[in-house]
Design a binder for this molecule. Structure first.
Ligand code: ATP
Ligand code: MG
Length: 562
């Protein structure tokens, strides 16, 4: 492709709308443009990468027996009502105004409807159906460029099985296909969710990358691969040890002392001598939650114990329930249910609120002074704590989800009547799995991981073009002719080449742009080297430069691309 005739609108400056590295670089490299919030056009250079990622996905999906479909994006709303997902998606679902249609945010419904009409017997199963197709979601915070779009390309796959063993098998095939896909793309990923043994194993796994642009927080162990969303992550951490002797409960005046840090400062004690108290309302009943020191209550873990519907008590409620304001609440003589984090199990000689404003109690023995206390894991893990599997230090960071594999079961087939007859002639719902990868997100995540201050650094697999050829002074006939003939030769050898043949652009500008666009091999044709019958070759990734005889250029490029 000749740059003189191409639409590659590069930008020198960082566009105002972008903060995330991949977003900035995709805009600056002329790969995408925003049409409206969360809606992007892919320009020729960017779309070449999308096609390459799609091809890698196709190869791996076809290798596990996937059949490529193209389901419609415009769906009758009725089908979505049958599964209850018009409600479940809520505002995220795009509705088409003039008809009872919705724009599909995913395709479980359409797959199940298709199966309903055409799968009859166990002999028709298993099936792996996939597509690479546009999805529509009215995301509330579309930011970070194509990482979270309102319209985006997803590879979505669905397994249809007669047995749970079949589902396990399909799931494991996708697990391996996903690893192959992300490896081939050159992405450094990790997997959240247990991946060991399919039978009875986890029902879902997320493939993620570490990134400041991420919206999920995860705990990860680089040694053994343990990874979990912070909402459910666990660690090995010391509990408070029970002292040999319990002191007497004593009331202490603590004027204006609210937080654990203030209490520690005031009493000259360590945070691990304190029990922090929080009141929650679970199913309209108050619960006092005790945490050791500054440990934060993990509301997802709390919700797990109570089956959902848990919220912090409002300030007015606090006074009514405990007689004190936040900062002075504690377990002794508290009327009602008390639960505590495992780190506090049977601890004594603790400090906590006195349920009286501006007073705390010391010498609390949870065994002696607090009846019926229940213990659970209720805390958030933090960086540096020990991995629950291998004792290595855990890292806590934000991450982006690239892909998701999920054992759905029969939810959609039951709702839509997608059944089959088993060997004994019994009618059963088809067992489904669903498997997604965000194609644009893969591209953005690759860029998040492969860039420097000058621009993008493509690998041989995803790069829009393998070679970036530059004729430096195209007014010079020698340079122009040699560059032209190198261009032709590269093309005849099936090497993808972007040719900067522009006459007016300065050498410095061409160099900068080549680094911004990031093709792996740059071939530079200039006056001086031509006199020795040589051109210069630069590797984008390392900055390494070499002079190559023009006659040997093609074989050198081929060798580098191997
Ligand atoms: P997220 O938690 O990031 O919103 P999700 O759980 O909604 O993701 P899925 O419904 O599992 O995502 O979709 C499968 C894949 O599609 C995701 O792993 C992600 O790569 C991609 N994806 C999801 N939402 C978007 C979006 N708004 N823009 C771009 N890609 C997306
Ligand atoms: Mg989502």
């Amino acid at each position: 492709m000749k740059l003189s005739k191409s639409f590659v609108p590069t930008l020198k400056e960082t566009p105002n709308e972008a903060v995330v590295t991949s977003h900035i670089l995709m805009l600056r490299a002329g790969m995408i443009r925003m049409l409206s919030a969360g809606i992007y056009s892919f320009l020729p250079l960017g779309y070449r990468v999308i096609r390459k990622i799609s091809e890698i996905i196709r190869e791996e999906m076809n290798a596990i027996g996937g059949q490529e479909f193209h389901f419609p994006g415009l769906n009758p709303k009725e089908i979505w009502e049958q599964t209850g997902r018009v409600e479940a998606f809520g505002d995220t679902l795009f509705h088409v105004k003039n008809r009872e249609y919705v724009l599909a945010p995913t395709h479980e419904e359409i797959v199940a409807s298709t199966a309903k009409n055409h799968i009859q017997s166990y002999k028709d199963l298993p099936q792996i159906w996939y597509q690479i197709q546009t999805k529509y979601r009215n995301e509330t915070r579309p930011r970070s460029g194509v990482i979270r779009g309102r319209q985006f390309l997803m590879k979505d796959a669905y397994t249809l099985d007669a047995t749970t063993e079949g589902l396990d098998k399909g799931y494991m095939l996708h697990d391996q296909a996903y690893r192959n896909i992300f490896d081939k793309c050159g992405i450094d990923y990790f997997v959240v969710g247990a991946s060991s043994g399919a039978m009875g194993g986890a029902g879902s796994e997320e493939f993620m990358i570490k990134s400041d642009a991420g919206e999920d927080t995860v705990a990860h162990c680089t040694k053994c691969g343990y990874a979990a969303n912070l909402e459910v992550a666990i660690s090995k951490i010391d509990s408070k040890l029970r002292d040999d002797k319990s002191e007497e409960v004593k009331e202490i005046s603590t004027p204006n002392v609210k937080s654990i840090d203030e209490l520690c400062e005031f009493l000259k004690i360590d945070e691990t001598q304190c029990a922090k108290s929080r009141v929650y309302i679970a199913d309209e009943k108050p619960v006092l939650v005790l945490m050791l020191g500054n440990d934060e209550v993990n509301e997802v873990k709390l919700q797990k114990e109570f089956g959902g519907n848990v919220r912090p008590a409002h300030p007015e409620e606090l006074i009514e329930i405990t007689g004190a304001e936040a900062g002075s609440i504690g377990p002794v003589k508290y009327q009602g249910r008390i639960i505590a984090d495992n780190r506090l199990k049977d601890a004594n000689n603790l400090y906590s609120g006195a349920n009286k404003n501006d007073f705390h109690l010391g010498g609390i023995d949870l065994k002696r002074d607090v009846k019926g206390i229940e213990y659970f894991d209720l805390r958030f893990v933090s960086s540096g704590e020990r991995c629950p599997n291998c004792n290595n230090k855990l890292d806590v960071f934000t991450a982006i989800e690239l892909g998701h594999i999920f054992k759905l079961g029969t939810k959609y087939s039951e709702a839509l009547g997608a059944t089959f007859l088993d060997e004994d002639g019994n009618e059963k719902p088809i067992i489904m799995g669903s498997y997604g990868i965000g194609v644009e997100r893969v591209m953005a995540c690759y860029i998040e991981q492969h860039n420097d201050e000058n621009g993008i650094i493509w690998n041989k697999t995803l790069t829009p073009f393998q070679v970036h050829l530059m004729g430096l002074n195209m007014k010079n006939e020698d340079v122009a002719n040699t560059s032209d003939s190198i261009y032709e030769k590269l093309i005849s050898e099936n090497i993808e080449v972007l040719y900067d043949d522009r006459i007016d652009a300065q050498a410095g500008y061409k160099f900068k742009e080549a680094d911004l666009l990031g093709m792996p091999i740059q071939v530079i044709v200039g006056n001086k080297k031509l006199n020795e019958n040589k051109v210069e070759l630069k590797l984008r990734a390392t900055g390494e430069r070499m002079d190559v005889d023009i006659d040997e250029l093609i074989s050198k490029v081929q060798e580098l691309l191997k």
